[in-house]
Design a protein around this ligand. Structure first.
Ligand code: ZN
Length: 264
């Protein structure tokens, strides 16, 4: 279900969190991954359907304080979260940071709050994971100033300056679901990075231009737009050899970037 022409077998699908250390503003989490709250949110029906279709493994290592400690993260240093989209595997931990600014898409949050429990589950949305406090602290990508992106991200040309200092630029990557965005920035070594969230599920999918089967992309979002975005990612990867594109669920790409095992 994740790549065209792939075999039918169960695969591991880590839900990763980006930890961005801004030199002046503090730490920002890009998405919040799984959390034991996911198990609670998927206990009742119809939310349980989510857990049946994508069985999860959440253990003690995913508990908030344990996860922070094992990654050397000081909770007090976290300045906010940046949410690519509101699928359950990206927002299960946002409740821990709901008192801080949450940078996200208005379109994505609106879909999460739309009526229709079955429709939400079918769309991978678990409203219980995102407390109302998040709505109060939301800072929408759509309202941030438009900036021209550095050429290292071409053919992507525009981003939204979410902190107002040109450091973190949100880029809409449409197709996966309503309100789906990625994040572009340069590391302190000047390395361009694009956090692609679920615009693509593996580096291989970009390199070989192999999208997930139409069944998967049509169920979650818009296949035509998804494939156009994947084409843009492929063009960016081949035009900019220094650009690192990191999908949220590709441990191979993350390991190559970090130079260590980040899958755990
Ligand atoms: Zn998703």
């Amino acid at each position: 279900m994740t790549i065209a022409g792939g075999s039918l077998c169960a695969i591991e699908f880590p839900a990763m969190v980006g930890v961005i250390d801004h030199p002046q503003r503090g730490l920002f989490l890009f998405d919040t991954g799984y959390d034991p709250a996911f198990l609670e949110a998927t206990r009742p029906f119809p939310e349980r359907l989510y857990r049946w279709t994508t069985p999860v493994s959440i253990g003690d290592r995913e508990r908030w304080q344990v996860w922070l400690h094992s990654h050397g993260i000081d909770e007090a240093a976290i300045a906010g979260t940046i949410i690519s989209h509101f699928h359950g595997d990206h927002v299960a931990g946002v409740q821990h940071l709901a008192h801080l600014p949450v940078h996200c898409a208005r379109a994505g949050l609106a879909k999460l709050r739309a009526p229709g429990r079955f429709a939400r589950v079918r769309n991978g949305l678990l409203a219980a994971l995102v407390p109302p406090e998040v709505d109060a602290h939301a800072r929408f990508f759509e309202d941030a100033p438009v900036l021209t992106l550095p050429t290292a991200f071409g053919p992507f040309s525009e981003g939204r300056d979410i902190l107002g200092d040109c450091s973190l630029l949100a880029i809409e990557l449409p197709g996966h679901c309503a309100g789906h965005w990625g994040l572009a920035f340069e590391t302190h070594e000047g390395r361009p990075v694009l956090l692609a969230a679920d615009a693509v599920w593996s580096g291989r999918s970009i390199a070989e231009n192999r999208p997930p089967p139409r069944l998967t992309t049509a169920l979650l979002g818009d296949t035509r737009r998804y494939r156009a975005t994947l084409g843009m990612l492929g063009a960016a990867a081949s035009a900019n050899k220094d650009l690192t594109i990191l999908p949220s669920h590709c441990a191979i790409s993350a390991k190559a970037f970090c130079g260590k095992d980040v899958a755990g």
